[in-house]
Design a protein around this ligand. Structure first.
Ligand SMILES: Nc1nc2c(ncn2[C@@H]2O[C@H](COP(=O)(O)OP(=O)(O)OP(=O)(O)O)[C@@H](O)[C@H]2O)c(=O)[nH]1
Ligand SMILES: [Mg+2]
Length: 232
């Protein structure tokens, strides 16, 4: 509970067994609910998550094994968002890179700027490899050109929003493309109530399984196609 708001934290989770217990133990007390959505893990992530529930009453583990080309990141978020009961929803990776403890400051900023949806921007950054920065800058430029939206971090995986805006998000992408989709739809349907707030990314716990080039190219194509797809 924070400033009379109830908060739900949603974390997609695949093969994060090594640091899951410490991650859950470190979730700040102001979150009323932690929803872990496990998907396609080949290690003991799901079993461990279930076993942590008994010592952590606010933790709920959901399993959703739908994938597209082996990725279920978007399905996991959609399932978590559907299940969330807080008035404020915070979505963030379960690899320790996003500052979920920074939400009081982010909420203050949202109130001050009258925002209903915030995408937490990691850029400008001095602690992210230049290849990744170049990829994100390319996608930012594509979005500016095609949608007229100036983003600093088109691939941020941390968002904070009021549950009341969920019907406006029109989420459909089951793979990594949910990340650009949620921002573009929030901007499209919420206009000036969408904005970015600056955060600082932390070092990842556990090893990365990301295929940066393949994922980046798929984003490039999806963002262009989406621009010319009739919207609801
Ligand atoms: N449920 C689910 N979660 C996933 C899937 N793939 C990745 N994740 C989770 O989604 C988050 C983002 O994945 P990451 O591997 O951190 O990808 P990234 O942030 O682009 O890149 P790195 O942090 O550099 O590895 C992490 O919390 C993963 O555990 C998936 O297929 N299903
Ligand atoms: Mg990550």
């Amino acid at each position: 509970m924070l400033d009379n708001h109830t908060l739900s934290l949603i974390m997609p989770c695949r093969n994060e067994e090594g640091h899951l217990a410490s991650l859950i133990n470190a979730v700040p007390a102001f979150y009323d609910e932690i929803i872990l959505v496990c998907n396609a893990s080949t290690d003991g992530t799901y079993r461990l998550a279930r076993s942590l529930e008994s010592g952590t009453p606010r933790l709920r583990t959901i399993r959703d094994d739908r994938t597209i080309n082996g990725i279920g990141y978007g399905f996991a978020h959609m399932t978590g968002i559907d299940a969330a009961s807080g008035d404020i929803i915070v979505c963030a990776d379960s690899d320790g890179t996003y500052p979920i403890d920074d939400v009081p400051r982010i909420l203050d900023d949202m109130t001050r700027r009258n925002l209903a949806f915030v995408s937490c921007s990691r850029y400008p950054a001095d602690n992210i490899p230049w290849k990744l920065q170049l990829g994100v800058r390319t996608l930012n430029a594509e979005i500016l050109m095609l949608y007229g939206l100036r983003l600093h971090d088109s691939l941020s995986g941390m968002w904070v929003f009021h549950r009341s805006v969920v019907p406006s998000l029109h989420l459909t992408e089951g793979d990594w493309n949910l990340s650009p989709q949620i921002k573009l739809n929030a901007y499209r349907y919420l206009g000036r109530r969408f904005g970015e707030v600056r955060i600082r990314q932390r070092v990842r716990s556990g090893s990365s399984k990301q295929r940066y080039l393949v994922t980046g190219l798929r984003h490039l194509i999806w963002i262009a196609k989406n621009r010319f797809t009739p919207q609801v």
